[in-house]
Design a protein around this ligand. Structure first.
Ligand code: GAR
Length: 217
């Protein structure tokens, strides 16, 4: 059984998708053991508590440097015996010490088809504004392993979503969440928990037979 720690900052709809998947038995080999929020007012915290999941608030604002904040966050991840860390709308970029400690064990959901509309400054509604401004016909969502560069790590799953004529950033954001994010995030967690993901360089293969956790060949 893998301990899943979910990092959040806001509404927590992706967290909710994970909770719903867990409660329906979708990933029997994993269990969300803790939700850590960078924001004490995040609705995601209420969602976790409503389902009996332990919560912690670790806010960058409470620390004088990024390094100090990261040390505290890393210590919390160790205390929780995290096997998998899921960034579900987590708006703080993790520093190298955490990424190295959990290589190929941190996954992030991003609301575009990477490598479009991603990297520093692309988060939340801004991503959808840029997609509409650029006039793309399809956007979507990506779940990827996290490396030292924002939105650059090996891609696990992607799902396209068609743009509609009258889309606003808000309507598009909701459709990308419903049709893509809430589908591929639980699926990636399931594949990880079943040991079905193999990372080779920048590529992730999905294998039928369980392999060793997020392994690098
Ligand atoms: C989601 O759309 C997620 O993909 C995005 O923020 C939203 C959080 O919503 N994340 C990023 O933009 C990270 N680059 P939620 O709190 O309701 O899950």
């Amino acid at each position: 059984m893998k301990n899943i720690v979910v990092l959040v900052s806001g509404g927590g709809t992706n967290l909710q998708a994970l909770i719903d998947a867990q409660e329906s038995g979708y990933f029997p080999n994993g269990r969300i053991t803790c939700v850590i929020s960078s924001n004490p007012n995040a609705r995601a915290l209420i969602r976790a508590r409503d389902h009996g999941i332990a919560t912690r608030v670790i806010s960058p604002k409470d620390y004088s440097s990024k390094a100090q904040y990261s040390r505290v966050l890393l210590e919390a991840l160790f205390q929780e015996y995290a096997d998998l860390i899921v960034l579900a709308g987590f708006m703080t970029i993790l520093d190298a010490q955490i990424i190295h400690a959990y290589q190929n064990r941190i996954i992030n959901v991003h609301p575009s088809l990477i490598p479009s509309f991603c990297g520093p400054g692309f988060y939340g509604l801004r991503v959808h504004e840029c997609a509409l401004e650029r006039g793309v016909k399809y956007t979507g969502a990506t779940v990827h392993f996290v490396n030292e560069i924002a939105d650059d790590g090996p891609i696990i799953l992607q799902k396209p979503v068609a743009i509609q004529q009258n889309d606003t950033p808000e309507t598009l954001q909701k459709r990308v969440m419903r049709e893509a994010e809430w589908v591929i995030l639980p699926e990636a967690v399931r594949l990880f928990c079943e040991d079905m993901l193999v990372v080779k360089g920048r590529k992730v293969s999905i294998v039928n037979e369980p392999t060793h956790i997020g392994g690098t060949i």
